[in-house]
Design a binder for this molecule. Structure first.
Ligand SMILES: Cc1cc2nc3c(=O)[nH]c(=O)nc-3n(C[C@H](O)[C@H](O)[C@H](O)COP(=O)(O)O)c2cc1C
Length: 343
């Protein structure tokens, strides 16, 4: 079988599910995945995802309209279940009859999955272990994303390699499963498709794309960064909970570590309550991603990035990214064929 034919077979399910030419998802990135990036990815034949974040509901509704005015290709909307504006966002996607809704940040409520499906939309959610995959499928979720701890932004605790074994190999026949975290080459995408993934999701590589409205200083820092610089925020003690976020190490990150150590000392000495300390921790990063993305504050802003940042060494257009990944997949499939065919 020719590589192209093989690839068509491997990603057919993902293509059919998303209704795209390439089941390559540009994962939602708060402050980055706006109508410009989303419409560019979808127009190029990939699958763009608008980031709801905690934006005002009017902004979200407007962005959906803008995407639709640029492209009639499919796209999704990512909703953060724990965002204060989530309920309003849910109303917007239902009212706008968005075709794909991706629930992120936490387990979506059964009634929310059902309400979105009632409008005719397909639903997608993140599964972080076998139990959550089983539960989501039983509640009617249409597809899953497996996002490994290598990914950028808010991350789980488990690597993609382990998630493939816990979830992909067990549930790949039930629903389409898309894999994310640390992917930035066609070679890796090829092996994930061979393992049974229906497609891939990438974030960091699209954050640096020409169509991304991120600040030039932000992009420059990403292009320079090595994989090991994208670290998850540490938690030093149970007394102070820290939600892990993978970002490029900078002054802000070091100051956050120092703040935690100081607060833990103060809790120990009884100078501050645990609740007050927790509040200080939560407060620290408020607005930090926006400062990095829009103002180019690469020292104290939050430079959320996956370890894949070490594989991203230039600014490409989204079309070039999709072409680069697709060509890379075909090359790797050729290599695999040579490995396994003896004649
Ligand atoms: C700057 C940034 C912001 C992100 N924001 C979100 C978000 O709002 N919602 C979400 O589900 N995932 C978010 N992610 C995760 C991405 O959608 C994607 O799954 C992840 O970046 C994949 O890993 P990679 O960066 O190694 O490709 C974000 C990632 C980055 C880098």
């Amino acid at each position: 079988m020719e590589e192209k034919e093989l690839l068509e077979k491997l990603w057919k399910r993902g293509k059919d599910f998303l209704g795209v030419e390439y089941p390559i998802i540009s994962g939602a990135m708060t402050w980055i995945s706006d109508h410009t990036l989303v419409s560019a990815v979808s127009e190029a034949g990939g699958f763009g995802v608008l980031a709801g974040g905690n934006s005002p509901a009017e902004w979200l509704a407007n962005e959906i309209d803008k995407i639709r005015s640029i492209t009639d290709k499919p796209f999704g909307v990512n909703l953060i279940v724990i965002a204060p504006n989530y309920k309003k966002h849910l109303e917007v996607v239902k009212e706008k009859k968005v075709d794909f809704v991706i629930f992120a940040g936490n387990f979506p409520m059964d009634k929310d999955i059902a309400a979105v499906k009632e409008t005719g939309a397909k639903t997608i959610a993140f599964a972080s272990n076998e139990g959550s995959a089983r539960r989501l499928i039983s509640r009617g979720i249409d597809a899953l994303i497996l996002e490994g701890n290598e990914a950028g932004g808010h991350v789980g605790y488990v690597s993609l390699v382990v998630l493939l074994q816990q979830v992909l190999f067990k549930f790949r026949d039930r629903v389409p499963i898309f894999t994310a975290g640390g992917i930035a080459t066609g070679a890796m995408a090829a092996h994930l498709l061979l393992a049974g993934a229906s497609g891939i999701q990438m974030g960091t590589i699209f954050a640096v794309s020409k169509e991304s409205n991120a600040h030039p200083e932000f992009k420059k820092r990403y292009i320079k960064a090595k994989a090991r610089e994208a670290v998850a925020t540490p938690q030093f003690h149970q007394a102070l909970r820290v939600v892990p976020v993978r970002a490029i190490r900078n002054k802000g990150m070091d100051e956050f570590s120092e703040l935690q150590i100081k607060l833990l000392e103060q809790i120990k000495k009884g100078e501050i309550s645990q609740i007050e300390a927790q509040y200080e921790v939560e407060k620290f990063w408020v607005g930090a991603l926006r400062r990095a993305v829009q103002e180019g504050d690469v020292e104290r802003g939050s430079l959320m990035a996956g370890q894949s940042v070490g594989l991203v060494d230039r600014e490409m257009s989204v079309r070039e990214i999709i072409e680069y990944i697709t060509q890379g997949i075909l090359e790797e499939l050729r290599h695999v064929k040579e490995l396994i065919c003896t004649d």
